[in-house]
Design a binder for this molecule. Structure first.
Ligand SMILES: [Zn+2]
Ligand SMILES: [Zn+2]
Length: 178
């Protein structure tokens, strides 16, 4: 029997992880690798599984030069079972300039769901449109910088000192009024 599918025996089978609204490719790849039953030890390993010289380890750090090719996106799509167009949305568009670090966050977005949004790294973006507060580049309490893995792992606040996202939101609102 033929399956309507271009997968072959060499394509590994992993659990599907759904991309979230506005999520960056780095955040998605980390969640995909660490998802239950997937457990892919490193970005390099995932890159090997995907093939087509796909620089998964660069994308996981938000380094986008060179930009992903159609062939690489198709290869990643075969392994993640997420459509090519949806994968492409998690990368900056041609006209958007983004910075890989520092990782910036909207504490209010994180309070709702702690994952990394692509738009936070766009150079002209200073705040969150949805919540009307400035983005944070480090924890207001301990001054530690954020990491995407840290956001995903410690979903309630700062991974270093434990300050809650909720308190960071209050802190942002207070600093706006001054
Ligand atoms: Zn927000
Ligand atoms: Zn902290």
């Amino acid at each position: 029997m033929l399956l309507e599918d271009d997968r072959d025996d060499t394509t590994p089978w992993f659990n599907v992880v759904e991309p979230k609204d506005g999520e960056s490719i780095a955040s998605f790849l980390l969640r995909f690798r660490h998802a239950k039953a997937n457990r892919i030890s490193s970005a390099t390993r995932l890159g090997e599984l995907v093939g087509a010289d796909t620089p998964v380890h660069c994308w996981e750090k938000l380094f986008f030069s060179p930009k992903p090719t159609q062939k690489q996106l198709e290869a990643l799509s075969r392994v993640t079972r997420v459509e090519v167009d949806r994968l492409r949305q998690m990368f900056p568009a041609q006209t958007e300039q983004s910075r890989p670090y520092p990782i910036r966050i909207c504490a209010a977005c994180c309070q709702e769901d702690a994952y990394h949004r692509l738009a936070w790294q766009f150079i002209p973006v200073k705040g969150c449109n949805q919540h009307g507060i400035d983005l944070l580049m480090k924890c207001p309490n301990c001054k530690e910088s954020f990491s995407i893995f840290g956001l995903l792992e410690e979903a309630k606040g700062c991974r270093n000192c434990g300050m809650r996202f909720k308190s960071m939101v209050k802190n942002r609102k207070a600093s706006r009024q001054n």
